[in-house]
Ligand binder design. Sequence first.
Ligand SMILES: Nc1ncnc2c1ncn2[C@@H]1O[C@H](COP(=O)(O)OP(=O)(O)O)[C@@H](O)[C@H]1O
Ligand SMILES: [Mg+2]
Length: 434
Amino acid sequence: MADWESILAFLQPKDSPYCPETPSLTQKVFLRTYAMEGLFGGAAGGGKSSALLMSALQYVDVPNYSAIIFRRTYADLALPGAIMDRFTTWIANADDVSWNGSLYVATFPSGARISFGYLNNSQDYLRYKGAEFQFIGMDEVTEIREHDYRYLFSRLRRPATGPVSQVPLRMRCASNPAPNWVRQRFIVEAETTGRVFVPSLLTDNPGIDAESYRQSLQALDPVERKRLEEGDWWSTTLGTMFDRESVVLLENEELPTLTPKAKAVRFWDLAASEPSPAYPDPDWTVGTLMLFDQGIAYVLDVKKIRHRGEKVEQFIAQTAYEDGASVPIRMEQEPGSAGKALINQYARFVVPGFDIMGIRSTGDKVTRARPFAAAIANGNVRVVRGTWLTDWLDEFSAFPEACPHDDQVDSATGAFSFLTGLGLPQRKRAAILA
Ligand SMILES: Nc1ncnc2c1ncn2[C@@H]1O[C@H](COP(=O)(O)OP(=O)(O)O)[C@@H](O)[C@H]1O
Ligand SMILES: [Mg+2]
């Protein structure tokens, strides 16, 4: 029967005499992971970069083992204090390791190699054509292109026989959070794909004074701070057009009594793809129900769906019946005959009898969003609390620089432009607003 000591010994990750730092508990979890893909991600200072070096070193006793660690640019890789610098300090006192400072390769007594590389330009990955590694590390992987990541994945190989055939193939990443493909690949898809995500926290690292480090993070903007201090992958970056603090929120029963001049619209921004492995994050179809009265816009409801055409049609029809026939339906109409045909299809077969029309948009999204942004900044937009609100505010406050999608912004600005007669000749517009 196994005793505790042998069980504990079994749980210990394989270590290397070249590593001067004793792994923390989370670093051990990362080192003990045998899944092909793993991400150590989260707070800055959690020991992620060190964990990559530790992982690469685990098998340097195996003849012909080959590992490589990447950063996006040469400067990121080679500056004093950066990951390669740390590595050369680690091996500086080991007489049996030779370091080639022009090729960035360390060779160990067994013949194993650890090299370093960067992927700055879009052609850089081609330097690794034909190369074979059993370990590929990517530090600050959120800065690396997804294409380069996938290409290098194909360089993860080992021969069928010999000592290296016993070494696990490992793709290992480390990064502070960022809302891009890395989040999708490891946080969203990890569970269903067998990829491993090890969350990193500042407090995990015995080699850092967490309190003084935390102090130094206080100067960052709140979004960046949530990422670096708490390792929050969902904290969104702020865009420059909408400030969520300026949006006036109302409970449903706080809606004022409207004047007879109040106008309403359900404005749809259409999309027609559902998520697929090749296209995991397509646009949404979004419909905003907005009222306009006495110069104030009220956002009453936002509906969104991500599906193929037929399901989208059912969804829009259902929404039309819920809103009632007194609410006009407007849709962003794509240019050309296909756009016209689609509106016609809706008018005849999806919501027959409703007041539906297509509206062709002019100008770019940012220009179109300006009047609505100004109305929000002036305190003239009231938003009724609904389950969709958080998501809606996230998108607006990230627009336009930092949001992965702008369908909710498009839909709202479409509704606002329609209700305020923007884009119409002055005389017609005056009649609308009178
Ligand atoms: N297990 C450890 N023991 C001692 N010091 C560590 C350990 N892990 C990391 N460090 C040190 O803590 C500092 C921050 O670690 P680093 O790997 O750069 O964090 P991250 O990449 O998560 O920002 C570095 O100086 C590193 O050498
Ligand atoms: Mg790091």
